[in-house]
Design a protein around this ligand. Structure first.
Ligand code: ZN
Length: 166
C-alpha cells in the first residue's frame, strides 16, 4: 500500500489517495475537492497494459537481495571495524547499512512471494478488478475520449454487447 498525490488541474488542490504498489487502477480520477474528473496517467489498467513484469521476475529480486546484502555488509562491516580499531563510527553510515539490510530483506520477501505464486494470485485479482471496470461502456468511452488506446475486446460493450461471459 502506498499513497499517490496529484494536484487537481481544475481547482489546484492536492488529492492524496491510497494506491497499491504498482498503481493499478483507473487513470481517470475524481477530485475530492471540486468533484471534477482528471487523468493521472501514473495509474494504469492492468487488463489493458498488462501486469508489471517485475512481479513475474524472481531472479531479479534474488539478485537485488544479494546486492543490497553485500552493500549492507560492506558499509556495516566498515563501521564495525572503524569502531573497534579507531574508536569512532558514523551514525549516518550505520543507518545506511540498516536501510540496505532492510532493502535486502524486502527483496527477499518479494522473491519468496513470486516463488510461492502469491504475486501471480495478486496479479490475477488486479486484472479481474480492471476487467470489471472495463465492462462499463461509459468508462471505456471515457478512456477513449481521454486518448487511451483501449483493446478491441473492451470496446464491444460500447456498440452492440456481444456474448455474455459467465
Ligand atoms: Zn479539483
Amino acid at each position: 500500500m502506498g499513497y499517490s498525490e496529484m494536484a487537481c488541474p481544475h481547482c489546484g488542490q492536492m488529492n492524496r489517495e491510497k494506491c497499491n504498489a504498482w498503481m493499478y487502477g483507473s487513470p481517470i480520477r475524481e477530485c475530492k475537492i471540486c468533484g471534477k474528473k482528471y487523468v493521472d496517467n501514473r495509474y494504469r489498467e492492468p487488463a489493458m497494459s498488462g501486469i508489471d513484469t517485475r512481479t513475474a521476475s524472481p531472479s531479479l529480486y534474488l539478485k537485488m537481495t544479494g546486492v543490497f546484502f553485500a552493500a549492507a555488509l560492506i558499509v556495516g562491516g566498515w563501521q564495525f571495524i572503524s569502531a573497534n580499531a579507531a574508536g569512532y563510527y558514523y551514525t549516518r553510515m550505520v543507518i545506511l547499512s540498516v536501510l540496505l539490510l532492510m532493502a535486502s530483506v524486502g527483496c527477499l520477501v518479494m522473491y519468496i512471494r513470486i516463488k510461492l505464486g502469491i504475486e501471480a494470485k495478486n496479479n490475477a485479482k488486479y486484472i479481474a478488478e480492471s476487467e470489471e471496470r472495463l465492462k462499463d461502456p461509459a468508462y471505456v468511452a471515457e478512456l477513449i475520449a481521454y486518448g487511451y488506446d483501449v483493446p478491441e475486446r473492451f470496446k464491444s460493450g460500447t456498440a452492440v454487447r456481444g456474448e455474455d461471459g459467465e
